[in-house]
Design a binder for this molecule. Structure first.
Ligand SMILES: [Fe+2]
Length: 333
């Protein structure tokens, strides 16, 4: 028996995600008023938000842009030394872009792109949230009071991005960030990697790479936020329906991750998942779960099958797509 490679444990967790929106006011309404996130800062064309349980000052940045999609995906290192090690690994790939001066709530960060072109950064310095009077929780270990309005998402959880070549990007994330593979879908007798779910910590997955069926680069499949239990996902469905938000799929249960979910489109067009109850991975020798076509099925454990739009719609959408979210493109393939 050969010894397993020493795992890279330099990344603490997915730290923050930037979403682009062509409808900044409506998107802010969705995340703040419907999801119950707190808007903590405005700067330029961006608004910075947080879930009530996030320890960091901000975990979601909404930035006005011509088209929806994902901006920067941030990973927090476990220490300054770990950050230096990850930067060295990234620079060795040739995908490094260099240091930035940081952003609201964070110190300097190092930017890079994955092979598919998604912008990412690694950083250490993070400002811990200090709730102002009026937002302090009566619970000492809660960073901010539980929101009285909206769905009440606790935290930014994960995202799935589309890419042309899942295997290449999955390997890049493993080699540079140390993300560990949790589950993967292999078609064609194992020859074609359709999707891979990865994490730096015990969270089931923080980043998923899925095949972009349009063959494009740098697109977002969905962004996901955590709620504490299934009843809150069901409540989200009612809140979405009362406010004219398109529900694409769910509430249902995934087979992969075992999580309970609902997918909606925020007004800017990005697909957003409200998510709970997936399993955690504690085993250091966890063996990634491999699904083939037959085992994967529709990707749903129970509940309605995911619609065609779930395969075909990503942001930014392709030319010829409907201008308004809620009318997803059905690829005739
Ligand atoms: Fe998800």
């Amino acid at each position: 028996m050969t010894a397993a490679a020493e795992p890279i444990r330099d990344i603490a967790h997915l730290g923050h995600v930037e979403l682009f929106t062509p409808k900044p006011d409506e998107s802010l309404w969705y995340f703040r008023d419907l999801l119950g996130m707190e808007a903590v800062h405005r700067e330029g064309q961006s608004v910075y938000l947080r879930g009530y349980g996030d320890y960091a000052t901000t975990t979601l940045k909404l930035t006005e842009a011509a088209q929806p999609g994902v901006g920067c995906i941030g990973w927090r290192a476990v220490s300054p030394q770990a950050l230096e090690r990850r930067i060295a690994a990234i620079e060795a790939t040739g995908f490094g872009e260099g240091w930035t001066n940081g952003d609201f709530g964070r110190g300097a960060s190092y930017r890079f792109r994955d092979p598919d072109g998604h912008t990412m950064e690694v950083y250490w310095e993070e400002e811990r949230y200090r709730a102002p009077d009026g937002l302090k929780s009566t619970l000492k270990n809660l960073p901010m009071r539980y929101p009285k309005d909206g769905i009440g998402v606790r935290k930014t959880d994960h995202l799935a991005v589309c890419c042309k070549d899942v295997a290449t990007n999955r390997k890049f994330a493993a080699d540079t960030l140390g993300l560990r593979l949790r589950e993967t879908v292999l078609f064609d007798e194992g020859k074609t990697e359709i999707g891979s779910w990865m994490s730096s910590c015990a969270v089931h997955h923080e980043l998923a790479y899925v095949t972009d069926v349009k063959g494009l680069h740098g697109r977002l499949h969905h962004f996901s936020l955590w709620v504490d239990d299934k009843s809150e996902v069901l409540r989200a469905a009612d809140i979405f329906m009362e406010n004219g938000i398109f529900i694409e799929a769910g509430p249902s249960k995934h087979n992969n991750s075992q999580a309970f979910y609902i997918y909606s489109y925020e007004p800017g067009g990005n697909r957003v998942e409200i998510y709970t109850s997936g399993f955690f991975v504690l085993a250091p020798d966890f063996e990634p779960v491999v699904w083939n076509e037959e085992e994967r099925g529709t990707g749903v454990y129970w509940g309605a099958a995911l619609p065609e739009s779930f395969l075909n719609y990503a942001t930014p959408d392709t030319p010829g797509a409907p201008a308004e979210p809620g009318l997803p493109v059905i690829d005739p393939r």
